[in-house]
Design a protein around this ligand. Structure first.
Ligand code: ATP
Length: 339
């Protein structure tokens, strides 16, 4: 549904040039929720704004729903943009208009008649759970309600794609959860493809089928969340399930284990205890239901100096296991994706 190839964007000024996006390839399948996560300045906003060409890339192509936007002349590009909705961190609502008035705006711009507009606005407000708040002004709405108005407005033109620019960053944890649930519901009911950028791992956890980790304008890793969970040394996995600094456990070897899919609920510890007759201790960890898959990570203390046989045994069972801190990529405690 969204295909980006070789995307580059440099901001140029008299003082310095900033390479914001440095050669990104990305494919978002139809009906998928895809998250791009990274720390501040990684280039996420620039990437997102390039998708609907609010920002013109220096190089690369962007194809949305089969149309290559980068090659379209102005008028056709404006029309193509109607197929792409966008929501923003600070909602971008007009304070002088009611919720209904804000949702009506894109319909006015595209010349939808008054009666049809009123009907569509009511339908959209219902869709986002604000059927009774159409007459309220933004100042009279909570942050979550404002974002719901933003979502209704973004869906006015019946887009196939929704771009979300840190849509939950200004919201508290509960409201974030309810907005993500709404996006998931719209994704399922309307078949809406969603590309979101975020710096919150919780957003990827709750909502994303696929994800990319972005740093310094590039994707460090990308793919279905289930695949990244099965990739040794994955930064996303460590961000999703941070285990903290590796403790020193005298007499034991510390091993990190990632479980996902059918292995998430295996009786792993009982198996290790039975097979090796050792007292395995859990030092930290969690197993949770993610949007894509049930998964988790555990840090174990295995008695003795050599955990090799235990690691081999786990790997043979299809479980990712490695000596804690042995992975070459950044560790949980250092720079990288914020938990
Ligand atoms: N209009 C601009 N002019 C010059 N430099 C810019 C502009 N917009 C962004 N940048 C720079 O490009 C880089 C990437 O910025 P971008 O906003 O895309 O990152 P981000 O990952 O979205 O970060 P944040 O979450 O803080 O917005 C940063 O170094 C930023 O300072």
């Amino acid at each position: 549904m969204i295909r980006i190839e070789g995307l580059r964007k440099t901001y140029r000024s008299a003082k310095r040039n900033v390479v914001a996006v440095d050669g990104v390839d990305l494919t978002v399948a139809e009906g998928e929720i895809y998250g791009v996560i990274g720390t501040s300045g990684a280039g996420k906003s620039t990437l997102l704004r390039c998708v609907n060409l609010l920002e013109r890339p220096d190089a690369g192509t962007i194809t949305v729903d089969g149309t290559e936007l980068t090659s379209l002349p102005g008028g056709e590009l404006r029309r193509a943009r109607h197929g792409i909705g966008m929501i923003h961190q600070h909602f971008a609502l007009l304070s002088s208009r009611t919720a209904a008035g804000n949702v009506a705006l894109p319909l006015e711009v595209t010349g939808v008649g008054r009666a049809e507009r009123a009907e569509r606005v009511a339908e959209l407000l219902d869709l986002v759970g604000l059927g009774d708040r159409g007459g309220a002004y933004p100042a009279q709405l909570s942050g979550g309600q404002k974002q719901r108005v933003g979502i209704a407005r973004a869906l006015a033109g019946r887009p196939k794609v929704l771009l979300s620019d840190e849509a939950t960053s200004a919201l508290d944890a509960d409201t974030t959860g309810s907005i993500l649930s709404l996006l998931q519901d719209l994704n399922r009911r309307l078949g809406l493809t969603i590309l979101l950028i975020t710096h919150e791992m919780g957003v990827v956890k709750q909502a994303c089928h696929s994800a990319a980790v972005m740093r310094a304008g590039r994707f460090v890793e990308a793919g279905p969340v289930a695949d990244l969970l099965a990739t040794p040394g994955s930064e996303l996995t460590r961000g999703l399930f941070p285990l903290g600094p590796v403790p020193d456990v005298p007499g034991s070897t510390v091993v990190d284990v990632t479980v996902s899919g059918s292995h998430a609920d295996d009786a792993l510890l009982a198996d290790l205890v039975r097979t090796f007759d050792v007292d395995v201790r859990i030092l930290s960890g969690a197993v949770e239901q993610l949007a894509a898959v049930r998964a988790g990570r555990l840090r174990l203390a295995i008695p003795g100096p050599d955990a090799g046989p235990v690691i081999d045994h786990l790997r043979q069972r299809g479980v990712l296991a490695e000596i804690a801190g042995s992975s070459p990529a950044t560790t949980d405690a250092r720079e990288g994706v914020e938990p």
